[in-house]
Design a binder for this molecule. Sequence first.
Ligand code: ADP
Ligand code: ZN
Ligand code: ZN
Length: 737
Amino acid sequence: MSNLTYVRVAVPFALRTTYSYSIDTDQPILAGQRVRVNFRQRDITAIITEVDTTETLDKSKIKPILEVLDTTPVFSQDLLQLALWAANYYHHPLGEVLFSALPAQLREGKSLPTHTYWELTVEGKGLPEGALKRAKKQNRVLQHLLKHHQLGELDLSQLDIQKATLKAMQDKGLIKRKEKPLSAEQASSADTIFHQSPLPLNPEQQKAVEQIRYHQFGCYLLHGITGSGKTEVYLHIIARALQAGKQALVLIPEIGLSPQTFARFERRFNTHICELHSNISESKRTQNWILAKNGQAKIIIGTRLASLTPIPNLGVIIIDEEHDRSYKQQDSFRYSARDISIYRANKANIPIVLGSATPSLESYANAIHQRYQHLTLTERAGDAIPPAIHIQDLKGKKITAGLTDETLQKVQQTLDSRQQALIFVNRRGYAPALICHTCGWCAQCRHCDTKMTVHRQPAHLRCHHCDRQNTIPKHCPNCKNHNFVTAGFGTEQLELELQQMFSGIEVIRIDRDTTKTRTGMIEKLSAAHTDQPCIFVGTQMLAKGHHLPNLNLVVIVDADHGLLSPDFRGLEQAGQLITQVAGRAGREATQGEVIIQTHKPEHPMLELLLHRGYSAFAKELLQQREQGQLPPYWFLTSIKAESKRAANAVECLKVAKEILLAIQHHAANTSPIEIQLIGPAPAAIEKVNERYRYILHFKTRDRKVMHVGISYLIQQMEHHPITKRCKWVIDVDSVQD
Ligand code: ADP
Ligand code: ZN
Ligand code: ZN
């Protein structure tokens, strides 16, 4: 008897539909399994999204599946539902959503990796006692195997054994290497979940932990000033989940933070913790993904890409630094990991905690309107006191290494008292422009609408948008003179000049160029934990949750950029950055000091921030947003077009605008739909990498209208001739132009 089943599969391309295939098997076929199919003359990996579909198509035209790749689905039914929701919400093709959630090895159709373990051979078992006394590590392996019979890969780091030791024993015929499916391996059952007992909480922390209702959905905004002990609160919440036998998902922002956070969790918990981000090898990522899926990894720490990890026994989700923009992906599938996680927590009926010293206006508004529970930590944990903040008016002042004489004096005083200073400048490289002093020529990227940044170590010009590099020209291409000057300054210049000014003092630069490796940041920050005076020069990488115990002075070299930004989100970000950077100062018992250099000391929002704090600042911004009909009160979707010819991008968005205007007219005779269409306007940087980029903003007060409008737009645009000449994308809840 034939067991012919029809299924629909999603393919890894930007196609907004699923495809029918058939399969004749007596094995169970499940949604979420990977299969190999022939699609448009190519054999590819695809994912089953529906089983047992009743086909209306001509059955003779439906091709058979070539191979089923998984016995158990890589996507559980819950996760498949979540991906479906995300694809709908962000109006992104389902296939791309599903494939982006998988580690590369699984995307390519490789089978799930196996678990390697070692056992004693007959010879190994027969070793006389004390035979390996002289080879300590080998002896440790032997003792482990005599007791537990198997040694798994996960035991290696705990026993401090390297593969070389095992190889040596294998060569001697004492042990043999074996493999089994990863899912068969059992996690070592520990007696206690703690390595290190948790700190006793202060009353505010205690209250926060107690307000969280476990085993039911709730979204909590943990709003605590820097150093107030948010991480300690997370650790307590996670401990509760672990004690109930559950897993925890912790999301952290993209750069720098992971190794430090990871280490803190490992010190605390005696359980499997795994990390998922782009800074680990593909095979490690696959392995960790599987450990999460099998329920063996109890704590999963990752960046936004971990938000769709299969976690069968999820008990709580934590989003650290929830305001961070790296949670929103800026290309391809433009999702917000925070917002997907909130939906996920809701469906799983578990709590989710969003932590920040400077909540996003979205989350803050939700807390004010009681859609989220607002948990606050207003005091620094332990003995630390908040820093004193001073404004330095830059107008008319002499500036050396980006700093006024008064600021330089403060740096000197800090070093004299054997403490550390941080100079924050939000630009890497030596200087943002190279200019000919004779004729005014300026080094421009040939492929983008930007200036080339000057770098010194090694000397070259680099475009920070397309990453192309050039040598520094010998002569001005315009007037042939050799008379170059640089304009402005970046981290590299400050580093060099401060080194000259404060000889004998270590100047440590922390930016994307000096911390490329995974441990780069940790190495760079090791000086922070000594009692040596030193100067850190860093970009916003340093604004994030690093603990710098001896840091006493923080200087924000130039606050103007953010305060005067034309983007409506500029002030929010400036306020967050200033508050976060300032929060680095004086984290232990002595009071720290913060200097903000600006040409606009009288800026009312800066005054509000400094005198009344981030909450008052955020409330004022929310009022402005409401009046301006902006997010979070209105929904903003950006339609972004790019093309080698600016005219194509503009035309494409004009077509889109017409289509969206039509929905307004269409519904006008029932009840008027309030929508706003702004643009097409050039993106913040109009040309990047030879392509012109334009944006159309689509705003509505009603989320449903937004979705209906975008669905209609996609349907109308998909076969429109303009889309052959221009690439266009939808960015729902966009955070960047
Ligand atoms: P945040 O995440 O809010 O910046 P952390 O959790 O990193 O704050 O805490 C800041 C510092 O205060 C850390 O050194 C931490 O060990 C310490 N700390 C946190 N909670 C307590 C507590 N209840 N008692 C004593 N020290 C604490
Ligand atoms: Zn010139
Ligand atoms: Zn460029």
